[in-house]
Design a protein around this ligand. Structure first.
Ligand SMILES: [Zn+2]
Ligand SMILES: [Zn+2]
Ligand SMILES: [Zn+2]
Length: 321
């Protein structure tokens, strides 16, 4: 049994519940939401799985099974003292470590080459060169920005590169890069492999197959049946009872953006017209559109609407009872 088959089993209901939201398209990208106390978390997924710790283990499992793909979303700095994510980033004086510093821009007058702090060019609401007294009108023509210059208001020293520091807004402790606890935060999407399995309905077929086997039927999935015409037809599942004399066929149709159309109903009808099974089911995720439903009724196809794997299994179980 490969990794994908195991993803289709009900070994962990929380995992199944979360995965079904991805498979149905309800969750396209699981992105974290920022909360100043706890940092990033995933409220919509926590609501399905229970709590944050459980969710992370479920997500890790789905990533290791290559069902989900994790993409680096951000990195969060936590206070090494109290664990809070409420960290303020401060720029400090490299000499005395004070954060009471003033940042200024350096400006160069292109024509005369004079370089000074921007504030020394300010005169009556205009920029005027203190050396040659010409007005500076256009950026990158008359003058250019030549970087930043900082002055410490505590020790009076000047510098161009400040040093960073983390201030915890909860416990008020100060830490630096070396002491900081930095955690990676990810967004999650279905993997390409999972999408392929999804388009071949492998995800959904696996739990339905389990159910049919539990009912004591012989199951083929995918199944090939030869019709009266001699042509071979493919179904997602076929189940046999009473020594092969009775056969039911099941096709699966999934739409990740709204309703399932008439097309799979027509396709299934064409096949059952030739094969004449005792029963034909069409499982539609999330559900058939109105025309498709009417057509299914007309063609004697039992339509099952289900939002996810679990609902599909429960609905089919009821129909078989
Ligand atoms: Zn703290
Ligand atoms: Zn000048
Ligand atoms: Zn200083």
């Amino acid at each position: 049994m490969d990794k994908t088959d195991s993803a289709g089993n009900f070994d962990d209901p929380d995992k199944e519940a979360l995965l079904s939201r991805f498979l149905s398209g309800e969750i396209k990208v699981l992105e974290p939401t920022y909360n100043p106390e706890v940092g990033y978390h995933y409220p919509e997924a926590e609501a399905i799985v229970g709590d944050a710790a459980k969710l992370q283990s479920v997500l890790n499992k789905l990533v290791s099974e290559k069902v989900l793909e994790a993409k680096l979303f951000d990195k969060v700095i936590y206070c090494p003292g109290c664990g809070s994510a409420g960290i303020n980033f401060r720029y400090c004086c490299p000499f005395c470590k004070s954060f009471n510093i003033k940042k200024s821009s350096l400006i160069e007058h292109v024509k005369c080459g004079y370089l000074d702090l921007e504030e020394n060019f300010h005169k009556d609401g205009k920029l005027v060169c203190p050396k040659c007294h010409q007005e500076l009108r256009r950026l990158d023509a008359d003058y250019r920005k030549a970087g930043v210059w900082c002055a410490c208001k505590d020790c009076g020293k000047s510098f161009d590169i400040p040093v960073p520091e983390h201030y915890c807004t909860r416990c008020h402790s100060v830490s630096n890069f070396e002491q900081a606890i930095i955690k990676e935060v990810y967004s999650y999407t279905l993997s390409e492999k999972a999408k392929e399995d999804l388009s071949s309905n492998l995800f959904l077929a696996a739990p339905l197959r389990e159910l049919l086997l539990q009912q004591g039927l012989r199951v083929e999935s995918p199944a090939q049946l030869v019709g009266k015409s001699g042509a071979t037809h493919n179904f997602n599942l076929a189940a046999y009872a009473d020594n092969q004399s009775k056969v039911m066929v099941i096709d699966l149709a999934m739409s990740t953006d709204g309703l399932v159309s008439e097309q799979p109903v027509i396709a299934l009808f064409a096949k059952i017209f030739d094969v004449s099974p005792d029963k034909a089911f069409l499982v539609a995720i999330p559900r058939l559109n109105e025309n498709a439903r009417k057509m299914a009724e007309l063609y004697n196809i039992e339509a099952i609407d289900a939002r996810n794997q679990a609902e599909a299994v429960a609905a089919l179980k009821q129909k078989l009872a």
